[in-house]
Design a protein around this ligand. Structure first.
Ligand SMILES: [Zn+2]
Length: 290
């Protein structure tokens, strides 16, 4: 081996040094290499929650501010909280002309993996839903956030909408925050609906607003509504599959469906899309118009 050609003189030199000196230096001993456990194998005993990556808000050249003087920012589409699922990085603004679905300031972020959510501790966010950090920018996408139920749009199942907190945390503030029609259209399918209001627009798009205060809606089934018209108040109405009322956090879940036909002969189908960038666009327009 070639190595010996180098090692032997070195060892000889060390030996000489040892003979010439009563207290020779120890030759350097290399640490044994650390054997890496299978990197694919999760380490179940690790009690440390993963530290959330610092979010990098997108620069906003206009420094758009809301009524409270807070500068609006958002993290990119598909960039979800750690441990909250794969997301779906869809930067398409499907509906550039809609208005934002809430009248006041609003905060898009997770209801499950943040303060007040059942999985908040995974991100070190222990505390109630009214924690101030839930009511601040940057916004964060929650489309395809991990959920136990299977939903076809997201790989391995997930959340097929985005969650929007109102301007203030209602249990603390007692304030009313109104949801409005994002476009001209008709309220449909309200009969028997427990926590969902649907808005069908002229271009065949469908929007679903969930968890509004259902016994105080401002619309009835079949009503024609105009863009910006009040529909209902942000609340926490929710029911489990057995029909029992199980309140969720105070927020509005919002879904967007495009009416899509692959060719002229085919019946159109409702294709659910990520509304995140359409909402960013609508919110920026709203703040610019102030
Ligand atoms: Zn939701």
């Amino acid at each position: 081996m070639k190595l010996n050609a180098y090692l032997l003189p070195l060892m000889a030199a060390l030996l000489l040094a040892a003979c010439a000196n009563e207290t020779p230096d120890e030759p350097p001993v290399e640490d044994p290499p650390i054997v890496d456990p299978d990197p694919e194998e999760p380490q179940p005993d690790d009690p440390e929650p993963e530290e959330p990556e610092p979010e990098e808000p997108l620069p906003d050249d206009n420094f758009l501010m809301d009524d409270e003087g807070r500068v609006f920012s958002y993290v990119p589409a598909g960039d979800l909280l750690p441990a909250s699922g794969p997301g779906h990085a869809d930067t398409t603004i499907y509906q550039p002309d809609i208005v934002f679905p809430l009248e006041d300031a609003a905060f898009l972020n997770s209801q499950v993996y943040r303060y007040g959510g059942s999985q908040g501790s995974l991100n070190g966010m222990n505390g109630g839903q009214c924690h101030a950090d839930n009511y601040n920018y940057p916004w964060q996408d929650t489309f395809c956030e991990s959920r136990s139920r299977s939903q076809i749009m997201c790989p391995d199942g997930g959340h097929e909408g985005v969650d929007i907190r109102a301007a203030t945390c209602i249990p603390d503030s007692g304030a009313e925050h109104w949801a409005v029609a994002v476009d001209n259209g008709r309220i449909v399918g309200l009969e028997g609906s427990k926590y969902t209001v649907k808005l069908q627009t002229d271009d065949g798009s469908l929007y679903r607003y969930m968890h509004l205060k259902m016994d105080e809606l401002a619309v009835n089934d079949g009503d024609l509504v105009v863009k910006g018209q009040r529909i209902g108040k942000v609340s926490n109405d929710f029911f489990n599959s057995s029909g029992e009322r199980v309140p969720t956090t105070y927020h509005m879940h919002f879904e967007m469906y495009q009416n899509y036909a692959p060719d002229e002969e085919s019946e159109p189908i409702f294709d659910q899309v990520n509304p995140y960038m359409s909402l960013v666009n609508a919110y920026e327009k709203k703040l610019r118009a102030k």
